[in-house]
Design a protein around this ligand. Structure first.
Ligand code: GLN
Length: 284
């Protein structure tokens, strides 16, 4: 059996070929904390305690996955978003810090309003659950094509006691959109990476996160934004607003698309890393 300190050190060293020193240490900390249910400080105090046999097995299985490049969030089954712990597995994208900025933007603008909100392509449910917790007066709906993702999203909503209505549907099929009502706010972080860019992604993402949540056809990278813009014209109430996440490569084209569909005040925003990342648009 390893002591907590030995386990931490061993894992940290095993991860150095994959991550830099700081990240390797952070991941090793996360894993040992997860297995022992101890904070970093407690673990340091008890650094010479030995793993139990089941903890040792769990550690070995975690280490084995991590050295294969599986992201730590899938290994521990949890990810943090807006200060809350969300369950994740490989049916959903790991929530990104940029998406927290999208959610915060919606919260800031929609506070003190009662509205119906829909999140399109909800994945782990990090967006609707966070919105419902911050805006308890809002009616929040979320949809996804993937039953596997919806199972995770429902689990997160239940665990964090957020009352969100979940629906399974293929948003790109016009007929299926009829299942949805009217909304004051549409939010989405849809797939937008052309398949042709797959090889350029970090192997961590490419080999582990669900392709259905990431990729779009090369010849139609804006397919989700177009569907959202068209949906909004018949499913947004007066003064309704759309908030989307995007990448810098598609920002201008997305803005032009929403303007061509008749939206006004189409605004692009940068994320904390200084990349164009968000768009908002008001229905005309
Ligand atoms: N809405 C989820 C997120 O932002 C999932 C996004 C997706 O699967 N494209 O993490």
């Amino acid at each position: 059996m390893y002591t907590y300190a030995q386990a931490f050190d061993l894992l940290r060293k095993q991860l150095v070929p994959l991550y830099d020193e700081r990240e390797s240490a952070a991941i090793a900390h996360e894993v040992v904390s997860h297995i022992t249910s101890l904070s970093k400080v407690q673990r340091l105090v008890e650094k010479n305690s030995l793993f139990t046999a089941p903890q040792q097995l769990q550690f070995e299985s975690c280490a084995e996955q991590l050295v294969k490049g599986v992201p730590v969030q899938y290994v521990t089954g949890t990810a943090w978003f807006m200060g809350k712990e969300f369950a994740v597995n490989n049916n959903v994208l790991i929530p990104r810090p940029e998406t927290e900025e999208l959610v915060q933007w919606v919260i800031n603008e929609q506070r003190n309003k009662t509205t119906n909100i829909i999140d399109i392509g909800t994945g782990s449910g990090c967006i609707p659950v966070s919105l419902k917790l911050a805006l308890p007066g809002a009616d929040v709906t979320a949809c996804d094509i993937s039953e596997g993702a919806l199972a995770v999203a429902r689990q997160n909503a239940a665990r964090l006691t957020a009352d969100v209505a979940f629906l399974q549907l293929d948003f790109l099929e016009a007929g299926q959109q009829n299942k949805l009502g009217m909304f004051g706010v549409i939010v989405s972080n849809p797939p937008y990476i052309p398949f042709s860019e797959k090889e350029r992604l970090h192997t961590n993402v490419r080999d582990n996160e669900p392709g259905i949540a990431l990729f779009v056809p090369n010849e139609d990278a804006l397919v989700f934004y177009r569907a959202i813009a068209q949906f909004g014209k018949s499913h947004l109430t007066q003064d309704g607003k759309i908030y989307c996440e995007l990448d810098a490569e598609h920002a201008e084209a997305c803005k032009a698309l929403f303007e061509a569909e008749g939206y006004w005040d189409v605004t692009l925003r940068k994320d904390m890393f200084d990349n164009w990342r968000f768009l908002s648009a008001q229905v005309g």
